[in-house]
Design a protein around this ligand. Structure first.
Ligand SMILES: CC(C)(CO)[C@@H](O)C(=O)NCCC(=O)O
Ligand code: NA
Length: 612
């Protein structure tokens, strides 16, 4: 980029940015020195299971709302119009289902890691496979998250790229390691507020400098950026109502239903009711975040009318252009460029810290503790801290990998969620909704789902099939129609494998989830399905029973899946206590089941029962 065009930071901007970092480390220090001083894994990894719903809900939206969304969504809207906004429809089912299916089931099992569920329902092997898949997903996603704000800032202001990556990674590692989950949740709260403040500031100043609301509206309409509901059923069409509103539900479920980062927050809530309520409270905040990003994209469009800055910026990246726009708008308003940079880094830090803490949790709970059951609490906590710190360093290495990829960051993040998150979602659905599934089926299903998802994901990268229609970079309607028909005629429909590779990435999660369930059930029936009542009590959700609510009780009993979800109390005379086998897992899961379900279950069970 032309150096004369680079925007400069004033001292006050540096101060605002430094305050963000200092406040985050301060919160980390506070929780290192207060409460139980992070001397138990219960406190370090589970925040003593004492959180209230407001911090939990703000923390829930922070987990997957990173600088990727702050920059990527406006870039998407600027280039392709407002169709992406319809992902907001997926938030409805995408949050209602976790609140009423996943949270009650997981919370009542009193887990520490979501993958403990897989051992209770299937076997140790399934648990380890699930954990490793999750680790893989979060480690690559983390790379994108650290890299994005640093890259954007470097492109627009000449901030040193790798210096910024290093500072982000280190600050985050520091407060995560010092203050544990309590610090992670409370920094999330603070950082989410900074994130909203930064976006709102840019929009207000941007509208003002573009000539007011009506002027922005006029230009956006002229440029044809307001997309209507696209009901095209073609699954290769990148963004339509179906891919976003329906495919997006699976994406949301994989993130808000079964991802450890989120499950850990639900489990840290003091009661099940507070966990459910926090999930409900995510809805308005997530809509606000989406709305603000979309509006920012529209204001940016009104400002530049789709102008192409590739040459000026020395990169064709729309992501870099968003930062250019912001710096252009906020120039000459002391402190505001600093606020926006703080907003970007808040979004990034809150995501990375959730990743570090959840990765430390699963590594500890799923991979280490089962092999060293007699490890002292002190050692376990120290080891957890070391793990959080090592994932911090690994994340820096992953940032370098993202650097080599060089694609639209939103697209990369959504593909990772779909390709790796989808099969994990499938694994949980298989266990929760299908009592016949056994552990051989689960492993086979997960493997098939991963192969299917990687096949289409890598295929699409290699063949560069994206299904994207770029809107004409002009401000006037009449050229638009001509341009679009021209594009429509020029691009021929892909055939055969190419058509498979051009499957919209919004379907990846749903597609791979379905493969896991289908293959999982087939293999289970071939190898001897489990019977209802054989699985550990409380691990199967009575889906069919609830869907057939209109049938009389005795008829429901005839079909399967009707055993109601119950609080997980090891009652001596309760039906299906530990005399039942658990497919191939018999004997293996029993000790850990007791270890998980026995301690102080009673006090919490009382809470559930009053809550229900
Ligand atoms: C994941 C959703 C759809 C919902 O949280 C959204 O926040 C998003 O598009 N995130 C992109 C990935 C990121 O911001 O890191
Ligand atoms: Na975030």
């Amino acid at each position: 980029m032309d150096p004369s065009d680079q925007k400069h930071f004033l001292a006050v901007d540096y101060v605002v940015f430094a305050l963000l970092l200092a406040a985050s480390v301060g919160i980390g220090l506070y929780y290192a020195l207060s409460g139980g001083r992070q001397r138990t894994t219960q406190e370090f990894l589970m925040a003593d299971r004492s959180m209230r719903c407001l911090p939990v809900s703000l923390s829930l939206i922070a987990s997957f709302q990173s600088a990727v969304a702050i920059i990527g969504v406006p870039a998407e809207i600027y280039t392709h119009g407002t169709q992406y906004w319809f992902i907001g429809c997926a938030y409805i089912l995408g949050l209602l289902i976790p609140a009423h299916v996943f949270i009650p089931l997981l919370y009542r099992l009193k887990l520490s890691s979501a993958y403990q569920y897989l051992e209770l329902r299937f076997s140790k092997v399934v648990r380890i496979c699930g954990t490793l898949t999750f680790i893989f997903q979060m480690v690559i996603y983390m790379g994108v998250c650290v890299y994005t704000p640093a890259f954007a800032l470097n492109a627009a202001t000449g901030f040193q790229l790798w210096g910024t990556v290093l500072v982000t990674g280190l600050v985050c590692t520091l407060y995560t390691t010092l203050g544990g989950l309590k610090a992670v949740i409370w920094t999330d709260v603070f950082q989410t507020l900074v994130m909203f403040a930064g976006q709102i500031a840019v929009i207000i100043v941007g509208v003002e400098r573009t000539g007011g609301m009506s002027e922005v509206w006029r230009k956006v309409k002229e440029g044809n950026r307001l997309s209507g509901l696209d009901l095209n059923p073609d699954p290769t069409e990148r963004h339509t109502f179906w891919t976003l509103g329906v495919g997006g539900v699976f994406l949301m479920l994989s993130l808000y239903g079964v991802n450890q980062a989120q499950v850990q927050r639900y489990l840290s809530a003091r009661t099940e009711k507070e966990a459910v309520r926090s999930c409900y409270m995510v809805f308005p905040s997530l809509q606000l975040a989406l709305g603000l990003s979309c509006i920012m994209g529209l204001v940016m469009f009104a400002r530049y009318c789709g102008e192409d800055f590739s040459e000026k910026l020395g990169s064709s990246s729309r992501d870099a252009m968003v930062i250019y726009f912001v710096m252009d708008m906020l120039q000459g308003l002391p402190g505001l460029p600093g606020l926006f940079v703080a907003c970007l880094f808040s979004a990034a830090l809150s995501t990375i810290s959730s990743a570090f803490n959840s990765l430390a949790t699963v590594t500890m709970e799923d991979l280490i503790k089962p092999h060293f059951p007699s490890m002292s609490e002190e050692r376990a906590t120290l080891l957890s801290k070391a793990l959080a710190a090592s994932y911090g360093l690994l994340c820096l290495a992953m940032a370098y990998l993202t650097h080599l990829l060089g694609d639209s960051v939103l697209l990369v993040a959504l593909k990772i969620f779909g390709v790796v998150g989808g099969p994990i979602l499938g694994l949980f659905c298989l266990g929760m909704f299908f009592p016949w599934a056994n552990s051989i089926g689960a492993v086979a299903g997960l493997g098939a789902g991963l192969v299917g998802a990687f096949w289409v994901g890598i295929g699409s990268i290699v063949t560069r099939s994206s299904g994207a229609k770029r809107l004409p970079p002009r401000c006037h309607v009449n050229t638009t129609a001509v341009f679009q028909t021209a594009i429509g005629n020029a691009t021929s429909r892909p055939t055969g494998l190419h058509r498979f590779y051009s499957l919209s990435y919004m379907w990846y999660a749903g597609f791979s989830c379905l493969i896991v369930i289908l293959v999982g059930l087939t293999v289970s029936f071939l190898t001897g399905p489990m019977k209802e009542g054989e699985a550990t009590p409380g691990t199967v959700y009575p889906l069919l029973g609830k869907l057939l609510f209109f049938l009389p009780e005795h008829m429901k009993k005839k079909v399967c899946c009707v055993t109601p979800l119950r609080p997980a109390i090891p009652s001596p005379q309760g039906p299906g206590s530990d005399k039942e086998s658990n497919g191939a897992a018999r004997g293996q899961h029993t000790p850990s089941q007791q270890q998980i379900l026995l301690p102080d279950a009673d006090s919490r069970v009382i809470e559930h029962e009053t809550a229900v």
